[in-house]
Design a protein around this ligand. Structure first.
Ligand SMILES: Cc1cc2nc3c(=O)[nH]c(=O)nc-3n(C[C@H](O)[C@H](O)[C@H](O)COP(=O)(O)OP(=O)(O)OC[C@H]3O[C@@H](n4cnc5c(N)ncnc54)[C@H](O)[C@@H]3O)c2cc1C
Length: 308
């Protein structure tokens, strides 16, 4: 049996929520194992709030419902903006949060049923030596496809945690790993189901935003995307979280930028200097250096927007 055949004949069943990702892989033959249609159960759909103000979003909640929810928009504007910015109105209407977090790579080699890759049981990453124009600019793992989930990136900025039918309190890095496992898009065990996502209570006076750089207005994954949230007091940054997607096999926190802004006056000059540190740790591939310029620009734009 070839490596690719081994990878596509999944022994464990794959879930189908709204099917916007898996249906395409079924049609192409990349996914060929058994499917389990997920059914909505109590606690897996809708948005609840606890007494301390923290939110709990059921995995079956659609992206459109998250984007439109008035309390989410007020408490977690970066999450609402990310939900509003992804895919198309039609996809957002159908797609679930659980499916968004667990969606498979968009790499054109992975999606091609004729080509082996690490995620299909192959021994190497064909994008690395092939066409990787849309791939990682932080080459931190054997697979160079960027993680596709916009919601994972925004939830990383918010320190959200994931509850499955087996475990709770999983951070986004617990769920997705650190990029070193090129064979997987997430670290869920076979058959493990995401049930809900918890977001800590909103921080008083916090502002947040999300922005993406994209090759066309609609219907595309971003080249680079950034979500930032900050608390300012008399013009000084008291607290800041910045996350970025589209640049690495997992969404990344831009800790060097955060450190350069923490405790500093949010002037245009300091923001521009800090934004340049977004590339700390970057290791672009021959075709992905352009993403670093997009990243620096996005960080500067988003931080300026929330700081002024
Ligand atoms: C044109 C287009 C543009 C897009 N742009 C973006 C974008 O910019 N950003 C972005 O993030 N996404 C984007 N998407 C992807 C889209 O958001 C996902 O397809 C969608 O979120 C998947 O949700 P679903 O409910 O349809 O999942 P499904 O297709 O049903 O499932 C996807 C995968 O998740 C697993 N899964 C589903 N639910 C669960 C669960 N509860 N627990 C464990 N595993 C589960 C399934 O086993 C399957 O492998 C785009 C899609 C299209 C078609």
């Amino acid at each position: 049996m070839s490596a690719m055949a081994a990878g596509t004949e999944n022994a464990a069943p794959e879930f189908r929520a709204a099917g916007t990702d898996i249906s395409e892989r079924r049609r192409s033959g990349v996914s060929r194992g058994p499917i389990v249609d997920l059914a909505v159960t109590s606690g897996t759909i809708g948005i609840d709030w606890t007494a301390d103000g923290s939110g709990r979003i059921g995995a079956f909640t659609t992206i459109a419902a998250i984007a439109a929810d008035a309390r989410i928009r007020e408490a977690y504007p970066g999450i609402a903006a990310a939900a509003q910015g992804l895919a198309t109105p039609q996809i957002r209407q159908m797609a679930t949060l659980g499916g968004n977090l667990a969606q498979r790579s968009r790499c054109w080699y992975f999606r091609n049923p004729q080509i082996d890759c690490l995620k299909k049981g192959g021994s190497d990453c064909p994008a690395r030596s092939g066409n990787h124009l849309y791939h990682a600019a932080f080459d931190i793992g054997p697979c160079v496809a960027p993680h596709p989930s916009t919601m994972a990136m925004a939830l990383l900025a918010y320190d959200a945690t994931v509850t499955t039918d087996r475990r709770s309190g999983l951070s986004i890095p617990d769920l997705l790993g650190d990029g070193s496992n090129g064979a997987a898009d997430h670290l869920l065990a076979p058959g493990e189901r995401i049930d809900a996502i918890a977001v800590p209570a909103p921080v008083v006076a916090e502002r947040a935003d999300y922005k993406r750089a994209i090759g066309r207005t609609y219907a595309e994954w971003p080249l680079v995307e950034v979500c930032a949230r900050a608390v300012l007091s008399t013009g000084t940054v008291q607290r800041i979280h910045i996350a970025a997607g589209g640049i690495a096999p997992v969404p990344l926190r831009l800790t060097a930028c955060e450190a350069a802004l923490q405790g500093k006056p949010a002037t245009a000059e300091i923001i521009a200097q800090a934004a340049r540190l977004a590339t700390s740790g970057a290791k672009p591939l021959p075709m992905t250096g352009y993403k670093l310029e997009l990243l620096v620009g996005l960080v500067r734009d988003v931080v300026e927007r929330i700081a002024t």
